[in-house]
Design a binder for this molecule. Sequence first.
Ligand code: AMP
Length: 210
Amino acid sequence: MKLVFLGPPGAGKGTLAAKATTLFNAPHISTGNIFREAIAAKSPLGVKVKAVIDAGKLVDDAVTIELVRERLAKDDVKTSYILDGFPRTIAQAEALTTFSRVDTVINFDVPDSVVIERLSGRLVCRKCGFNWHKSFNPPQKDNFCDECGGDVYIREDDKPEAVKKRLEVYREQTAPLIEYYRSKGLLVDIDARPQVDIILENLKKALRRP
Ligand code: AMP
């Protein structure tokens, strides 16, 4: 099953995809994670995209499309994958049709007030990428990840100015994908306000998976 996870920043796409990858036996491909790893490694890609990402803007289409095109050419994603955070523009969605055929697009729906609440307390593990939250799901030991012991930090683009920018960018460039995929009959809407386990149950039902 080839899935796209769509939704505003803070909808929980990354957390849900990390769980759904095992449930559906589908590799999780997060363009955001790929960029963050490149930034941490100070690779040429990382150096190129850091300022844009920190400001909450989108990396340009050509760079992003090429990255995903190369990733989807690998053997492990021949029959299934979860694309988390791609496509984010109509141009990316159009490009995707030239090298892969998506089965279903999940639109994780959540109001702006919830997005802001979630992002303003988000803590990310530098080592394994797990998402914690200062109030809703804090790690037991301050500043350290319960999953792997790595240190947790606040993403530069989760700071208030960048969050504002990301929401604007989402509304202008990514939200049009909802109607784009609905008109193709590929879209499934899922309420992303409940707890993760409930959302996953609803997702399984929507996809008719056991
Ligand atoms: P995410 O972890 O999905 O929230 O992505 C973090 C940041 O990476 C975004 O705010 C963008 O700057 C960049 N990014 C991730 N995916 C894309 C994409 N498909 N197109 C352009 N920029 C992206």
